[in-house]
Design a protein around this ligand. Structure first.
Ligand SMILES: Cc1cc2nc3c(=O)[nH]c(=O)nc-3n(C[C@H](O)[C@H](O)[C@H](O)COP(=O)(O)O)c2cc1C
Length: 294
């Protein structure tokens, strides 16, 4: 029986994200097991940027819950993700996990190509900001095969199912999870299906999901299209892209060793500038200037 991992990126018990994940699961045609992970329950500390994990099969020096979450994703057959809009973006629990993403390169084979669907839940119609992109970024960077993502609206816990429209969306997401046919809604990135672009000037745009650039144009019927060009550095259209990016990151160590003598005088020049305000939790008073000068 297939193991489905439902990732709920909201602390609110029986909130809209939780019931959406469960509703999508209910819509699956084949019998599956649902395992649930409330991302906000897990302690995930900031990446220290030491690159240790890149050289140690993804093993991170930080002792927290990151490895538990990663293992839950790696051992699932498919993923259903839901996250709320918090201040115009996806809940930060998604980003906290992603910021430790260098560890993921140790599990490429177990992660690559897992079918996944995602839902952004926003309280106010039109006020989701970048939440859907946050969901898509999360799924892309856990190396999943994104089958469909969707925004739904509802503020109070349960409100998304006050009418049946969002239950139909849940059903459609469930159908798409194990359906390998790709259906994209234009205009979108022809390379990855992303639908969020940054305007670079004139007709040039960059896809915020795969990082490739292209140009927008208008069809004779007045609708717009996007013509994309694959670049050397893209996230991640093929498994080889992932390996190439990992190797590029690994190469950074040698680059740092080669450039260290030139870099050090640049950074050291800024050592004494300014007064650092430190958190009380570090055992400092709010006026830490004396510590700084010590
Ligand atoms: C701190 C906070 C910030 C929010 N920011 C937004 C927002 O920027 N845009 C929006 O449409 N809804 C916003 N909402 C509403 C939630 O997205 C909405 O209530 C959603 O249903 C919560 O999902 P949950 O029930 O799974 O927690 C916010 C809610 C909270 C608590």
């Amino acid at each position: 029986m297939k193991k489905i991992l439902g990732i709920v990126s909201s602390a609110r018990r029986l909130g809209n994200c939780e019931i959406m994940v469960k509703e999508v699961f209910r819509g699956l045609d084949e019998p599956c097991e649902l395992h649930l992970l409330r991302l906000t329950d897990f302690r995930i500390d900031p990446c220290q940027g030491c690159y240790h994990c890149l050289f140690k099969d993804g093993h991170c020096v930080i002792e927290d819950d990151h490895a538990t979450v990663l293992e839950a994703i790696a051992s699932a057959d498919a993923v259903i993700l839901a996250a709320p809009a918090y201040f115009l973006g996806a809940h930060s629990a998604l980003k906290r996990f992603l910021d430790r993403g260098l560890c993921l390169y140790g599990s490429v084979d177990r992660l690559w190509g897992k079918p996944a669907v995602g839902v952004a839940v926003a309280g106010i119609p039109g006020m989701e900001g970048s939440t859907l992109l946050g969901i898509q970024n999360f799924l892309k960077l856990i190396l999943a095969d994104i089958r469909q993502t969707q925004v739904v609206y509802g503020a109070l816990p349960g409100e998304i199912f006050l009418d049946d429209g969002n239950r139909s969306i849940a059903r459609s997401l469930a159908q798409r999870l194990f359906d390998p046919t790709v259906s994209r809604v234009d205009p979108c990135c022809s390379l990855c299906g992303g639908d969020t672009f940054r305007f670079l000037g004139r007709d040039r745009v960059r896809c915020m999901l795969c990082s490739n650039s292209g140009s927008i144009y208008m069809h004779s019927d007045g609708t717009t299209g996007v013509r994309m060009e694959a670049a050397d550095h893209q996230l991640f259209l093929t498994r080889q892209d992932v390996i190439n990016h990992r190797n590029w990151l690994i190469g950074m160590k040698q680059r740092f060793i080669d450039l260290r003598k030139d870099l050090k005088p640049i950074t050291i020049d800024y050592l004494k500038d300014g007064h650092w305000i430190k958190p009380c939790s570090m055992g400092h008073s709010t006026d830490c200037n004396k510590d700084d000068q010590a």
